[in-house]
Design a protein around this ligand. Sequence first.
Ligand SMILES: C[S@@+](CC[C@H](N)C(=O)[O-])C[C@H]1O[C@@H](n2cnc3c(N)ncnc32)[C@H](O)[C@@H]1O
Length: 221
Amino acid sequence: MRKKIGTIFIPGLESLLDSKIIHEDSILTEIQSWAESESIPMLSPVSSYLMASLVRWLGVKSYIELGTGAGYSLLGLGIRSNRILNIATVDRNLNQSEKVEAFWKQAKMKFNHTITFYRMNILDGMREAKYYPEDYEMVFVDCDKITYPNLLDELLQRSRTKRSVIKYILFDNVLWHGRILNEEANKPSDKAMQVFWKKIEELDLIKTILPSGDGMLLLEL
Ligand SMILES: C[S@@+](CC[C@H](N)C(=O)[O-])C[C@H]1O[C@@H](n2cnc3c(N)ncnc32)[C@H](O)[C@@H]1O
């Protein structure tokens, strides 16, 4: 997620790196302009590229994104994929999600991926069995930080069921604009990220921190 409130990079470096990312389809530039003009947070271009590369390198065949946002990471993945993917994406913002669906239909992609747009609250939707994140090999989490601790618990619990095919969970914003350094930070989102990190520390899993954008964390299950 890109926020003007802070970056872990020295001034100018993150935007320089982002400017090196080539948009293979002008729709990504269109989405970026739309996101900037309407202040819709989106994954940084470098992180979006990295996420799509991870999906390719890890041979992931199915992917669910929790937090569709402007659709920047979603469209980037669809365009950069080297195989047909089964994709789902969840967001509670109906208008935004409908616009992303229209972008998806316009994009020039090598493959006809299958895609489902769920329009609902992420945690409530899965708890009410409106969708099943455990049906996807990679779960990418890019939603409100207050939800992160409960979402982590819920996803781990589901990953232990027989039905689950989850292999990877990828979280964005794990560095929280550097605010995780400040133990006194006490906004609800700060406290949620402190709880999230405590839970992560206690997890006996392979955890890779990717210091790209606002920091991503890859859990291998
Ligand atoms: C940071 S944006 C996602 C950016 C997206 N990955 C991109 O690159 O365009 C977060 C999105 O998650 C949605 N969101 C946040 N918390 C949510 C929740 N608890 N349930 C459903 N949607 C949520 C917001 O509406 C917002 O569109």
